[in-house]
Write a protein that binds this ligand. Structure first.
Ligand SMILES: *Cc1c(COP(=O)(O)O)cnc(C)c1O
Length: 233
């Protein structure tokens, strides 16, 4: 395990985010790096926290619960994000642990979370997942079909819907992924108009394509492998 390498990787990803934001004329402080720790042991997550990461993302609820527990002794405050698919029956337990749920992928799940939010003092914010790459395996509303649900989404007033999330097609690089990001922003603009909600957040961009995502307006990038490169035995 090479903890220096994790520190260097984090600094490099942060620098690349700042540079991409500046290229697009954006304020770099409007972009949050969510460090994706899925499948990494807590021994690799602690050095990331020591190096300054504060927002951590997990994919699977079960693994999230375990990590939250294992890192509950962390002297650094952690903001947890669930970035993967959430089954309705795991929502209640997950709800109080996370700052944001990125991948709400159906109206039914949104409505379940809206009911949970009514009982919660500090409910997480949520983003709605849109499948902009047209890959069948991906969760979420199929592209602009989310606009058909705008009234039902607007009716969920107890949960804080703050934006949209997407994943570019597998195996793409920044330039082939870019159209997905442009598309998500356009759909967000339309949905914001139709719902009357500002929807300020765009959760998009991973290790291979986060700079293009920042250039196209990402406010949250979800980066995993680029942070751990060379650090694992
Ligand atoms: C794993 C994962 C990421 C991070 O991917 P990397 O390519 O490792 O940066 C981001 N978002 C989601 C939804 C993921 O499952």
């Amino acid at each position: 395990m090479n903890t220096d390498r994790i520190r260097e990787n984090l600094a490099s990803v942060q620098d690349r985010i700042v540079a991409a934001a500046r290229r697009a004329g954006r304020d770099p402080s409007t972009v949050t790096l969510v460090a994706v720790t899925k499948k990494r042991p807590v021994e690799l997550v602690r050095p990331l926290l020591e190096a300054g990461a504060r927002d951590l993302g997990e994919n699977y609820p079960q693994e999230l619960w375990e990590k939250v527990d294992a890192l509950s002794d962390s002297p650094m405050p952690i903001r947890w994000h669930l970035i993967g698919h959430l089954q309705g029956n795991k929502a209640r337990r997950t709800f109080p642990m996370v700052r944001m749920i990125h991948a709400v992928d159906s109206l039914k799940l949104l409505q379940t979370l809206d009911e949970l939010a009514a009982e919660s003092a500090n409910p997480p914010e949520v983003c709605l997942q849109v499948n902009t790459s047209h890959e069948e395996a991906k969760h979420g509303w199929k592209d602009a079909s989310i606009l058909d649900d705008s009234q039902a989404i607007a009716a969920c007033t107890r949960i804080k819907v703050v934006g949209l999330m997407t994943m570019a097609a597998w195996g793409t690089d920044a330039e082939t992924a870019r159209p997905s990001f442009v598309r998500l922003r356009a759909i967000r603009d339309s949905l914001a108009r139709l719902t009357g909600r500002p929807l300020p957040h765009l959760s998009m961009g991973m290790s291979n394509d986060f700079e293009a995502a920042v250039e196209e307006g990402a406010t949250l990038v979800r980066v995993g492998s680029a942070l751990f490169e060379g650090a694992e035995p």
